[in-house]
Design a protein around this ligand. Structure first.
Ligand code: NAD
Length: 313
């Protein structure tokens, strides 16, 4: 028998509605909350939090810049905050996690994209144009509340890129050196849900069943990402993203089929076709890279195919 180890991570996951927010905040004993999120969704969360709301921060940013975190930490200190609620995509979640890294405050996350960061103990931060990533249980959120209604207005292009980012989390669990029977199960179900949901969302963004499938897929995929070591795909995405300032989800979307083919996964072509059918960038060139940029980079041949968006060999 192959040996393996698996530890279930202690995150409370609730699929329900934003109406459960105050109950979940009470469960964590939160009395003075910092609410992170853009007004579109945060206004509703503020209402639900009522008197528990101590302060708001409305400008989370991609890749968690440390100067943004410092501004939010000031609010935490000034308002004697005892917990953080973040509503939004991976950028809002990243800021909550960065605050937890410094303060150990409990986090309640309400995701509105498929980024999956809410399930992981991984935090990527940027300072002086450099992104560094660390893995520590200190940043893993305590509670995640999913409300499919919040995802219905996520634009199709953002949904598709974010959904392929989620798919990448599950795919990577398939070839991770520490994959195990539990991550295999999670990954298989996540891949099934996401590959079925994304074309349906592209055809009809307000298809609630498709949105629910994508959100469940994102949850399972995020759980995979936290349970295994990150491999080639994430290494390449983080390297290119940091070096050339590329957008996070779109970089995943472009590279995924090429990394899958490189790893010998037999459904690489299916994922290439899926990505080709969705309104996402299909090449690194569309993200602004040139031949000169990839010259001498690790996995140069793989990157050349991704540069031109050609079908992976
Ligand atoms: P994002 O949070 O920046 O959101 C993308 C855009 O969509 C933003 O403009 C946002 O305001 C908007 N948006 C979000 N939800 C919406 C909704 N329901 N309706 C309309 N607009 C909406 O992007 P993202 O792809 O969710 O997250 C990317 C960030 O997450 C990056 O910083 C990345 O490093 C991080 N991330 C971290 C992990 C991890 O495990 N640490 C995993 C995945 C992503």
């Amino acid at each position: 028998m192959t040996s393996f180890s698996y530890a279930a991570n202690p995150v409370r996951v609730v699929f329900g509605s934003l109406d459960c927010l105050s109950t979940e905040a009470d469960r964590l004993g939160l009395g003075r909350v910092l609410l992170i999120g853009r007004p579109r969704h945060a206004d509703r969360a503020a209402k639900a939090l009522g008197a528990r709301l101590a302060a708001r921060f409305g400008e989370p940013a991609m890749h968690t810049p440390v100067d943004v975190t410092e501004r939010a930490l000031k609010l935490v200190a000034e308002h004697d905050v005892d917990g953080v609620v973040a509503i939004g995509g991976g950028s809002a979640t990243g800021l909550a996690k960065a605050i937890a890294l410094h303060t150990d405050l409990p986090q309640l996350i309400v995701p509105t994209t498929y980024a999956g960061s809410e399930l992981t103990s991984v935090l990527g931060q940027t300072a002086d144009g450099r992104k560094t990533t660390q893995k520590t249980p200190k940043v893993r959120p305590e509670t995640v509340l999913y409300d499919v209604g919040l995802t219905l207005d996520l634009p199709v292009s953002v949904s598709a890129a974010s959904g392929l980012n989620a798919l990448a989390h599950a795919v990577e669990a398939r070839y991770a050196p520490d994959a195990n029977p539990m991550t295999d199960l999670l990954a298989a179900e996540a891949i099934k849900l996401l590959t079925s949901a994304l074309p349906r969302i592209a055809a009809n963004p307000s298809d609630v069943d498709a949105r629910a499938d994508a959100l469940r897929g994102a949850w399972l995929a995020g759980s995979c990402l936290d349970a295994v070591q990150m491999g080639l795909h994430h290494r390449l995405c983080h390297h290119l993203g940091g070096k050339f300032g590329l957008p996070h989800a779109e970089t995943h979307a472009v590279l995924l089929p090429h990394v899958m083919a490189h790893q010998g996964l037999d459904d690489a072509d299916d994922v290439f076709e899926l990505a080709a059918s969705l309104p996402v960038p299909h090449s690194l060139a569309e993200l602004g890279l040139t031949e000169a940029d990839i010259e001498g980079e690790p996995e140069e041949e793989l990157l050349r195919q991704a540069l031109h968006g050609t079908r992976p060999a």
